[in-house]
Design a protein around this ligand. Structure first.
Ligand code: SF4
Length: 104
């Protein structure tokens, strides 16, 4: 389990910078830097829906990750104790990134 904070306030699963999903998937099979990754679990919040009141935020969750060049990646699982997903202003998955990516 990885402690996760996320600044993608436009995601339907984001609540107070925590994710409400039990598991997320990070893409970036050919990543060489943070910008090459993204949170594939991003779901754009419906227009007009101010806050997520239906899910419970989780501080720790499982992170499946395709960025095998990251030092924290072990068999496509994230082993970092904590990570941060950056996505301020994101309107789609491609606008997000794992800010904790570190190249091997
Ligand atoms: S820290 Fe590395 S292994 Fe963990 S989600 Fe981010 S890119 Fe993937």
């Amino acid at each position: 389990m990885t402690d996760l904070t996320c600044s993608a306030e436009g995601c339907a699963h984001n609540q107070d910078r925590y994710c409400c999903k039990g598991e997320i998937r990070v893409e970036g099979a050919d990543a060489a830097c943070c910008q090459d990754t993204c949170c594939a679990s991003f779901d754009r919040m419906n227009q007009g829906k101010a806050v997520n009141n239906f899910e419970t935020p989780k501080r720790s969750l499982n992170v499946a990750c395709e960025a095998v060049s990251c030092v924290y990646n072990d068999s496509r699982r994230c082993t970092a104790e904590e990570i941060s997903i950056a996505g301020h202003g994101a309107e789609e998955a491609g606008h997000t990134q794992c800010a904790s990516y570190r190249s091997r």
